[in-house]
Design a binder for this molecule. Structure first.
Ligand SMILES: *Cc1c(COP(=O)(O)O)cnc(C)c1O
Length: 383
């Protein structure tokens, strides 16, 4: 007997092939239309997608761009963030949230998170602002992250930002489609950046991103910045910009994905609830604030320190992938550890980094496959 006859069939962490089986034909037709048109840059699908994305989020405007990272960078550029400015970022996040800050010569200041929601801790933000002022920095922007799909605590964060004159840049790369007090992310704060990286809840077939805002003046600057700082046209340059457009092909893909996104959000919610019901007695399952809905970019459980790697190994042996987001918080990363933080240690970030592990999560995860995952997790944790 060969090994493959006995090895269980591998399960996908995020099953983009299953999504293609559902809507691939429509996407392929949409891409084919762009190929026929040869309008690869700034084709009509780009504007159409921006209008539909803004309507979906409940924002006045959407400006599409080349990635979530560029969306963050473009906003900071447009706001004139500069050396001497402090930009407050959670330390438990994907690096891009903070990476864009030194692009502009400004200083990221790291903030701890709430251990239950994984999102920015308002008290720690207040401490971080005091640290920045003490160090002679000018507090300018806070970047709350909607981590793993759940919106940050905007009820607490927005008043702190207002009291200190901070702009609020929401990083909803993982949380687009989620809600806070019944408002979709993208309609909160001064501007929102999101990502269409394929693994995000709303992903394209490559890199892409967008900015959402109600601020018409900001939109005008962003549109100039994403096209080399153009003025009346591309050949008049009124500021230093970037080449940061969303490709027409990606906009065409996203129009088809946005059409089914509500259904996918509902399917994700169903998968997450079922995981919670079936796992809550063996590990710490993720908590969602009563004011929030999550789009479940990740389904992340917590285990006592030291138990995570054994679980990952046991699941791997059964063909079940896992991932650890994030093993090293930003304030301890080699490239970032010299930047200031709210305190000498950020206790929740450092604890979570030892405890978290994410299980397969996507809208096409059927009950039989989920039962296989749950069974393997329960067996491994009982061992
Ligand atoms: C993915 C991600 C980004 C960056 O998006 P890209 O499109 O990959 O550049 C930024 N912030 C967070 C929290 C992310 O998860």
């Amino acid at each position: 007997m060969t090994a493959s006859a006995t090895a269980p069939a591998p399960i996908a962490f995020i099953d983009l092939a299953a999504q293609r089986a559902r809507i691939g034909a429509r996407i392929d037709a949409a891409v084919a239309r762009v190929l026929q048109s040869c309008r690869f840059v700034n084709g009509p699908e780009v504007t159409q997608f921006e209008e539909q994305l803004a309507a979906f989020a409940g924002a006045k405007y959407a400006v599409s761009c080349s990635s979530g990272t560029d969306a963050l960078a473009l906003i900071l550029m447009a706001w004139g963030v500069k050396p001497g400015d402090a930009v407050f970022c959670p330390a438990f996040t994907f690096c891009a949230t903070a990476e864009v800050v030194p692009y502009l010569g400004a200083t990221p200041v790291f903030v701890d998170v709430d251990a239950d929601t994984f999102n920015m801790d308002p008290e720690s933000l207040t401490q971080a602002i005091a640290v920045a002022i003490e160090q002679g920095l000018t507090p300018r922007v806070v970047i709350p992250v909607d981590l793993f799909g759940q919106p940050a605590d905007y009820d607490a964060l927005l008043p702190i930002a207002e009291a200190h004159g901070l702009k609020v840049l929401c990083d909803t790369a993982q949380g687009f489609g989620g809600t806070w007090n019944n408002r979709r992310t993208g309609s909160i704060g001064d501007a929102t950046a999101t990502s269409f990286f394929p693994a995000k809840p709303l992903g394209c077939y490559g890199d892409g991103g967008a900015i959402l805002t109600d601020d018409a003046d900001l939109v005008a600057v962003l549109k100039s910045l994403r096209e080399h700082g153009q003025g009346i046209d591309k050949y008049q340059n009124v500021r230093i910009g970037m080449t940061a457009r969303l490709d027409t092909i990606q906009a065409a893909v996203l129009l088809e994905k946005l059409a089914v996104f509500e259904e996918e959000i509902a399917a994700r919610e169903k998968v997450a609830r079922r995981y919670n019901d079936l796992l809550k007695d063996v590990c710490q399952v993720p908590a969602v604030d009563a004011r929030a809905t999550s789009v479940w970019a990740q389904y992340t459980i917590r285990l006592a320190p030291g138990r995570r790697d054994a679980l990952a190994d046991a699941l791997k042996a059964e063909g079940i992938p896992t991932a650890v987001y994030y093993r090293l918080p930003m304030h301890l990363q080699p490239a970032y550890k010299h930047y200031p933080a709210a305190g000498a240690i950020l206790p929740a970030c450092e604890m979570l980094a030892e405890e978290v592990i994410s299980l397969p999560m996507h809208p096409d995860l059927d009950e039989a496959t989920q039962d296989r995952i749950v069974g393997a997790v329960r067996r491994a944790l009982a061992a």
